[in-house]
Design a protein around this ligand. Structure first.
Ligand code: NAG
Ligand code: NAG
Ligand code: NAG
Length: 294
């Protein structure tokens, strides 16, 4: 109080003209001070917003923390706590199959939408989408792995669906020729593909260890053994869906856990196995019980 007020001779506090002026000066000072602060903040925000794009992320590929190595994912995904990443069922017991069939039904829902009147076109190696268009993922080509066939989960040969994680703007560099480190089966598959249709991110699945290789020897891939190049690069166009590959695991030895590894092949996909720093590949475990229920 002493700062602003004088005591008059009677000991009362009075506000003098001088202190009024001083209060006014303070108010004006803060008014201007905050106005400038607000203006600076607005300018900063403006600058920041101008660099943000609704569709294109600011940090892409090598710049971003995600990196430029797309990971592989698989479905149906077992709940980690429950099954320890194990896909288990008994092909003679509907209850055990249903769980996986339901998970797949749920996963495929967006793929089964009505495409008419949307920006979705059928693509092939001579027909890529133009700006604002996306390629249809044809779900009628999954053969033994189709929803109508319960994705194989009522047979001894179930299917697992593979999908490459999306990285904005990432462009695959294709292997149009087989290389020495590829599994033999993939070499044959590439060799058997028309040259014009080799712009693919190839896929190979194998039993992980020597014992696993004994237990599972044959895989089938629908619609193809690779993700066709015309789905890339992903640019966050509306209605985009990642292409899928259904891998049918043919007659794995019943009643044992089989470790399976699938790998994606492009010159710019790095590969590392192992559980800690897995790259460009995916691991899952499968056990098909085949005993009739007692
Ligand atoms: C898909 O949508 C179009 C237009 O919205 C409609 O004419 C057509 O009947 C629909 N097709 C199916 C299979 O639902
Ligand atoms: C690739 O296929 C051709 C015939 O189409 C055959 O002559 C050749 O031996 C095959 N190469 C490999 C590595 O399988
Ligand atoms: C099928 O599996 C479920 C879950 O494991 C079990 O509870 C059920 O008894 C089995 N049904 C038959 C017919 O064995």
């Amino acid at each position: 109080m002493n700062l602003l007020c004088f005591q008059n001779s009677a000991g009362e506090n009075v506000i003098t003209k001088k202190t009024l002026i001083r209060i006014g000066q303070l108010l004006i000072f803060y008014l201007i001070f905050y106005a400038i602060l607000a203006a600076l903040f607005a300018i900063c925000m403006q600058g920041l917003m101008a660099t943000i794009d609704d569709v294109e992320p600011k940090w892409t590929q090598g710049d971003s923390l995600i990196g430029e190595n797309p990971g592989l994912g698989f479905r149906p995904l077992p709940a980690k706590t429950e099954d320890g990443a194990l896909i288990w069922y008994n092909d003679k017991n509907k209850t055990t199959s249903e769980k996986w069939i339901n998970l797949m039904d749920e996963f495929l829902k967006p793929y089964l939408q009505n495409t008419t009147g949307k920006n979705m076109i059928p693509c092939d190696y001579t027909r890529s989408p133009t700006d604002g268009q996306v390629c249809i993922v044809d779900t009628t080509l999954f053969s033994h792995c189709s929803p109508e066939n319960n994705y194989g989960y009522n047979t001894p040969s179930p299917c697992v669906f593979l999908k490459l994680n999306r990285i904005w703007g990432w462009e695959p560099k294709y292997y149009t020729e087989a290389t020495e480190d590829m599994p033999e089966q993939l070499v044959i598959a590439i060799n058997g593909t028309n040259e014009e249709e080799r712009q693919n991110i190839w896929i190979s699945c194998e039993g992980e260890g020597p014992a696993d290789k004994e237990h599972v020897q044959q895989f089938e891939y629908f619609p193809h053994q690779g993700f066709p190049g015309y789905y890339y690069p992903f640019r966050n166009v509306k209605n985009y869906l990642s292409p899928l590959i259904a891998v049918r695991i043919l007659n794995p030895t019943p009643n044992v856990i089989v470790n399976i590894e699938c790998r994606a092949w492009a010159k710019n996909i790095e590969y590392a196995s192992g559980n800690l720093n897995r790259e460009g590949s995916v691991h899952f475990e499968l056990m098909v019980d085949s005993k009739a229920s007692s």
